[in-house]
Design a binder for this molecule. Sequence first.
Ligand code: SF4
Length: 495
Amino acid sequence: MSWSHSEMLRERLADERGPVFVPGDRRVCLLYPSPYRAGMSSLGYQWIHGLLAQAGFAVERAFLPDDLDAFRKSRRPLCTYETETPVSHFPVIGVSLAYELELVGLIHCLELSGIPALRKDRGEQDPLVLLGGPLTFSNPLPSAPFVDAMLLGEAEETVVPAVTAAFEGDREDFLDEVQRLPGGLVPERAERLEQQADLPQIARSSDLLLPARSRILTPHAELSDMFLVEGERGCHRQCGFCVMRRSTNGGMRLVTPQRLLDLIPPEARRVGLVGAAISDHPQLPALLQALVDRGLGIGISSLRADRVSLKPEIARLLREGGYKTLTVASDAASQRLRRTISKGTVERHLVACAELAREHRYKVLKVYMMLGLPDERPEDIDELIAFTKQLAAIHPVALGVAPFVPKFNTPMSELGFAGIKPVERSLKHLQKGLRGKAEVRATSARFAWIEAALAQGGASAGLALLQGVQAGGSFADLKRALAPLNSTSRLHRAA
Ligand code: SF4
């Protein structure tokens, strides 16, 4: 390792608080294909790390380097944080993928480790690669050519048996065990991996194993020095675009406030409450009050505007816990579109949130929004402009805008991506209408096209992505590689 990179790893380790790393014979590398800041803010990644460590594995962490080009120029192999061992020296690598574009990060990490990206090019000396993570709830198919095995869905009851099998037998024994587990998928043994129907059902863990929680606190994460804990899992609502809707693994599963409070380690100064529908937790105000009474800072993963308007003390208590931006989702440009996607939020809920943001002196009200939903028309954008101005007259507003990307395991899976130009047209329309009135922070329509191609694609999309990455990895390289696929022909919605 170069001195400066090595030094940075050690500094980060020195700044971490949590259980001490215990070396051992059964060494596992847990790889996060985005930088440390993001990986250490991932509750799922931290949770799996803890489960494996408690089961007696010596778990070491590796991440996509912060500065990929500089790291590549150093010609050093990707190494773990704990012992600076090259990732390629481990018998097993566990990978967590959160969303489609992180597959590019996985390809880079394998390449930086000197491990052939494609499973078929690897030999006996190469590690077994086991994949899990949030992306497995929708479509992990494009990652199939890169991994030996996958665990789909909730992994509390599957990850330890799978990793144990990697140490107790040969490769075939390991694959047998994964195939036997709920949500287990062994790509090389599957007949076809191109469509949603080719995926097994995702695993569901026992409620007794909840809640997931982080073990390591660090000031260098996006959620800096925050103890993350799952206040609930899943959602009881049914937004048409969302993978976490109530049909997924039985809907919402609650954790009691007392259990959550009991789990907070003494060194924690800030607590992040995580859950797809955490603001729907019926005891959330009591929990927030208890956290405030203990003098703890609070973060929260998501808020429903209707819930905040119904229980305004949520906004007050979060502010007392140091929360600075009141963030809610409206998801569609107009009331008509919100109805079509089964989003329960209406204008008066958002107006109430703006009033609460003003009353409690939040910096800004942030509203998440999708553009490019099916049947979106210019008059929907006009409605959004007029309504945002109404909100901004109450309190400063920032719109967080992302293109709609249809996902497997949702009723809107087949409805197609609007296309780059239509999304960019809607965005320009919105920005022009709101200039000087509200901030608009938008994610790229071009990379949403790549995301959509991967969200709708199979193993062949993963192979095409690899070609695009190897050709340079720019948007044009990736699009050129993915465009000829069959899956992209059904990507574009008919105008
Ligand atoms: S978008 Fe939010 S409220 Fe709607 S189903 Fe998903 S998690 Fe639930």
